[in-house]
Design a protein around this ligand. Structure first.
Ligand SMILES: [Zn+2]
Length: 167
């Protein structure tokens, strides 16, 4: 795939500028984790099922801190982000058996960020040929699995992977 950063362009299209009207901050403040598709809350980041996935199992790791660039994040938050990415990788490989995974952060709208004021790490399982069947036809994406089903599949695996008895 030549342009692997482009799929999630426009995932969440937002004109939010501040924390007050930022969708990712609003999800992090909310307590309705299942409804919002928040899979897991760690100390400085949470794991979210992308509501507008480009493939089965499209996840996002989001820092609680509202900031646009990695350099603004605390080193502990950056470190935890990668630890959570490893956890997601393991759960996705187990649940979906992908042939590969893309991990990416789009910094700035020109780089493809749908929400450019609150950075987040995308984790996208990949299969050979998925770019073909995912092709946008008549403005409709073909998503084989409901995001709710993705949530149900991954939530126990992530919890297990983290060694939590209960969330
Ligand atoms: Zn935010």
């Amino acid at each position: 795939m030549e342009h692997w950063f482009t799929p999630w362009r426009g995932s969440y299209v937002s004109s939010a500028r501040s924390e007050a009207d930022c969708i990712l901050c609003s999800i992090s403040r909310s307590r309705s984790d299942r409804e919002n598709l928040v899979l897991l809350r760690a100390a400085e980041n949470y794991i979210l099922v992308n509501r507008f996935p480009y493939n089965n199992g499209h996840l996002m790791i989001v820092p609680y801190r509202h900031c646009a660039f990695l350099e603004e994040l605390e080193p502990t938050a950056r470190g935890e982000m990668i630890e959570l990415a490893a956890l997601c990788e393991k759960a996705l490989r187990s649940a979906y058996r992908p042939e590969g995974l893309n991990l990416g952060i789009n910094l700035g709208r020109i780089a493809g960020a749908g929400i450019d004021e609150h950075l987040h790490l995308h984790i996208l399982p990949r299969w050979s040929g998925d770019t073909n069947f995912m092709t946008v036809v008549g403005g409709t994406r073909i998503i084989p699995e409901e995001t709710g089903a993705t949530y149900e599949r991954l939530e126990p695996l992530l919890r297990e992977g983290r060694g939590d008895a209960k969330k």
